[in-house]
Design a protein around this ligand. Structure first.
Ligand code: HH2
Length: 266
């Protein structure tokens, strides 16, 4: 069995293709399957280790979509990429994950960390797919209203440790799992920065850590109408320096180049 850290050695870049009308940074851009397929191919050519395809926005305030609608959005894209581009499926739904895995997806990226759909753990276990478990406080519709922690890093670490144990108890191999602090999911800007500052407390759990800071509003809050790409790259390099393995990003080339230099220095 190939562990996730062997299949996606650090630093690995995960490109983002949201096949949604309402995602916070690229909503609507990739709704046409042919455009989404072309974007994913370009990201792979630019050095992404894999491309994360999602059909449901999880941006603050968003409502969910039905299984049928999510399948309608992602299946044509997965069909168009099958065999050519390594893909992860950004979903919390077992039916969507099952179809995506049939179409060749390698990793299930579940922002609910197996709390959303009771059947998802079994689908991942049976397929032997890789899995990302992400921390979220609350749910997308309300999570940014008043996020609170006594100690954000230790609470996120405890949550991820518990979800990892749950996944393993469901028959998912630990070597297949990576963990994600869930930047922007029920967190203030300071919570997000503290999680990156104290990323060693998450890598101490013994699994690769994925960080998705790209284009998020905490960066916008710092740079105003400045350069969100530069801000995103700085956040990714900071996370990588503190031990992150996989960086989830919208702008692949700039991140690949920056991380290549950071890795050479490191
Ligand atoms: N962030 C988003 C979506 N999925 N998955 C993981 N593992 N980590 C993240 O940080 C993460 C994620 C939100 O970003 P985006 O995909 O750009 O927007 P939306 O959820 O609106 O589609």
């Amino acid at each position: 069995m190939t562990a996730i850290e062997e299949r996606f050695p650090r630093p690995a870049v995960m490109g983002v293709v949201n096949v949604t009308p309402d995602s916070f940074s690229d909503g609507g851009v990739h709704l046409d399957p042919q455009i989404a397929i072309a974007a994913a191919r370009r990201m792979y050519a630019e050095g992404a280790a894999l491309v994360d395809v999602g059909g449901e926005s999880t941006r603050p305030g968003s409502d969910g979509v039905t299984v049928d609608e999510e399948l309608r959005r992602v299946v044509p894209v997965l069909e168009g990429l099958a065999g050519d581009v390594p893909v992860s499926i950004d979903t919390a739904k077992a039916d969507v994950a099952r179809r995506a895995l049939e179409l060749g997806a390698l990793l299930v990226n579940d922002v609910t960390a197996l709390r959303g759909d009771p059947d998802l753990a079994g689908v991942v276990a049976d397929s032997g797919a890789y899995l990302c478990l992400m921390h979220m406080q609350g749910e997308p519709r309300t999570m940014q209203q008043d996020p609170r922690y006594d100690d954000v890093a230790s609470e996120v670490a405890a949550f991820l440790e518990e979800r990892l144990a749950f996944a393993v108890a469901q028959g998912i191999a630990e070597e297949k799992v990576c963990l994600d602090p869930g930047i922007g999911f029920g967190k203030t800007a300071e919570h997000n920065f503290e999680l990156v500052r104290r990323l060693d407390e998450l890598t101490a759990l013994g699994r690769p850590v994925l960080v998705g800071f790209s284009r998020k509003s905490s960066l916008r809050g710092l740079v105003g109408d400045g350069d969100l790409l530069a801000a995103s790259v700085a956040a990714a390099v900071s996370a990588y320096d503190r031990g992150a393995s996989i960086l989830r990003v919208h702008d692949v080339r700039a991140h690949v180049d920056a991380l290549t230099v950071a890795a050479a220095v490191g």
